[in-house]
Design a binder for this molecule. Structure first.
Ligand code: SAH
Length: 220
């Protein structure tokens, strides 16, 4: 079973995943963890991966092309589900983690493709086109999806038989209660048309009232 992590800060993972239980689990070939730099897939000049949001607003949005191409390429190696970490996703609970681990135990050849957002998040069209599921690790906002990805890999891996020693058994673990979702509107950045999907016209109107109304109507 393999985890493929997509990030623009691959070094963040170096120390955490190469220690202790996760190091041992990889050495025993119980799990495989591959970290990919999204930037290497960018076809934009200077390997750019972000741009300003259409419709205005603070911060930057991750552009669709590098992410989309990275996911498409990695899907050839990992047939598992594509998860985007987002504060507006369903909150990861121990119950969910057990469900994911059970899936992996049943189909050891599968895994997960994990997308770490940065800035204000990723272009909504990547979510529409290739993301299977959105997961939050709690009702708070971090600067990026790297800690959520490590949380996910850590939490699922320890439920795979053989990863924990007897003295570290997970059978007595406590469970956390699911939390309420956060709502956010879809984000879009350049290009205006991507894979035949257009950015909604209202975001070009320059009419802030209309944009706000549209965003309020599209909270997810
Ligand atoms: N503007 C966004 C926050 C972006 S935070 C909003 O309000 O929803 C930047 C990135 O960090 C996100 O794209 C996501 O990948 C990650 N992130 C931040 N907090 C998270 C959380 N609680 N759970 C999962 N991912 C999170």
């Amino acid at each position: 079973m393999r985890f493929d992590i997509l990030t623009i800060f691959p070094q963040i993972f170096d120390s955490y995943l190469d220690q202790s239980i996760l190091k041992r689990a990889q050495a025993k070939n119980l799990i495989e963890i591959h970290v990919h730099d999204i930037r290497t897939y960018s076809k934009q000049s200077h390997k750019k991966v972000d741009d300003i949001p259409y419709g205005g607003g603070a911060g930057m949005v991750m552009t669709p092309q590098p992410l989309y191409d990275a996911i498409k390429a990695i899907k050839k190696l990992n047939k598992g589900r594509v998860i985007y970490f987002s504060p507006r996703g369903d909150v990861l609970t121990q119950q969910k983690a057990e469900k994911y681990a059970q899936e992996l135990i049943k189909k050891p050849k599968t895994g997960f493709i994990l997308i770490c957002g940065r800035y204000e998040g990723i272009d909504e069209r990547v979510i529409d086109l290739v993301v299977d599921e959105q997961l939050s690790i709690g009702k708070y906002i971090l600067t990026g999806g790297e800690i959520p990805a490590m949380t996910f890999v850590d939490c699922i891996s320890r439920l795979i038989p053989g990863v924990l020693g007897k003295e570290e058994s997970h059978l007595n673990d406590s469970f956390s209660k699911a939390l309420k979702r956060k709502k956010e509107y879809p984000q879009y950045t350049r290009p205006r048309i991507f894979k035949n999907k257009k950015v909604p016209d209202v975001l070009f109107s320059g009419n802030h009232k209309d944009i706000e109304q549209w965003r309020n109507q599209h909270l997810k």
